[in-house]
Design a protein. Sequence first.
Length: 361
Amino acid sequence: MTSSQIRVERTTSPVDEAQRAKILADPGFGRYFSDHMFVAEWTPEKDWHEATVKPYGPFSVDPASSVLHYAQEIFEGLKAYRHDDGSVWTFRPDVNAGRFQRSAARMALPRLPADLFIAAIEALVSIDQEWVPSGGEKSLYLRPFMFASEVFLGVRPSKHVTFAVIASPAGPYFPGGVKPVSIWLSEDFTRAAPGGTGAAKCGGNYAASLVAQAEAIDNGCDQVVFLDARNQRDIEELGGMNIFFVYADGSIATPQLNGSILEGVTRSSVLELATEFGHKTDERAVTLDEWRDGVAAGDIVEVFACGTAAVLTPVGTLKWRDGELSCGHAAGPVTLQIRERLLDVQYGRVGDPHGWMHRLS
Ligand SMILES: *Cc1c(COP(=O)(O)O)cnc(C)c1O
């Protein structure tokens, strides 16, 4: 299966230009979708086939499709950025492709070749390039996903699987400037356990996090942070973002990949950029006590969360049932330094010494 085997069926009813301009002026997140989508099918006999860019629209899903019963599903998230010269680029798609393969392996889904993953994104963004907004930290969010589409209620890996990519214009995560978020400590729920699916980007992890996220909102917080399931002692991550701690001596720590933490592309990029800025970086266990005591003693001076959607987000408050802790009322200098550099690379405002950017159109 190569990119020349991708069939293209153009829509006959695209969103008209005025309507699209209105959407791109204030897209929000995940509310509007571009004119087309990419779809391919897999069976054990035919491998990946029927790769098609077609008009965006509903799937026809049989009620017995196994994904609806057993949640055999994975996804990815990355963005297309428009540079000042009008060209369109994405960030480290090879890393997302590799993670998609690891998620697939954990969920007993078929391996999607990295070049098909990237060809799918290229084909979709090329036909829908006018959906990539310009200026002001806007982007076209790309959502590749794969699900068990076999019509069968027996419990085993599906023998029919669908891969698709959809695209949704996204506004800046912080329209009013970077603001610290408040975080709720989940004490009743865990997100992932040893031997579980925490390191896979699968819908089930998100389903499991929603009740904790709702509890966070009920307690006046923006996001939830999870502890390790075994000891309820080590900080793991947020529902959909990794977490970092900045120390008074300039060093930076983030929880090490222990099998139940999702390996963020942003996380690994932050580790590289921080090292280049001269920070000592550590991937190690960070306990809840270290966070509380470190902030109280002035050893921990900044805390931030990171992921593709929000880039780097300062954490202002940690709240739990019996108390709360302020980690800073404004975004700290190290958080802002790394955030700016990452955005400068993504939007083509500085050089790209790592070769992280991949041109789409
Ligand atoms: C996607 C995701 C992240 C962030 O990964 P990025 O590649 O940086 O976007 C972090 N944690 C979880 C649980 C995720 O699903």
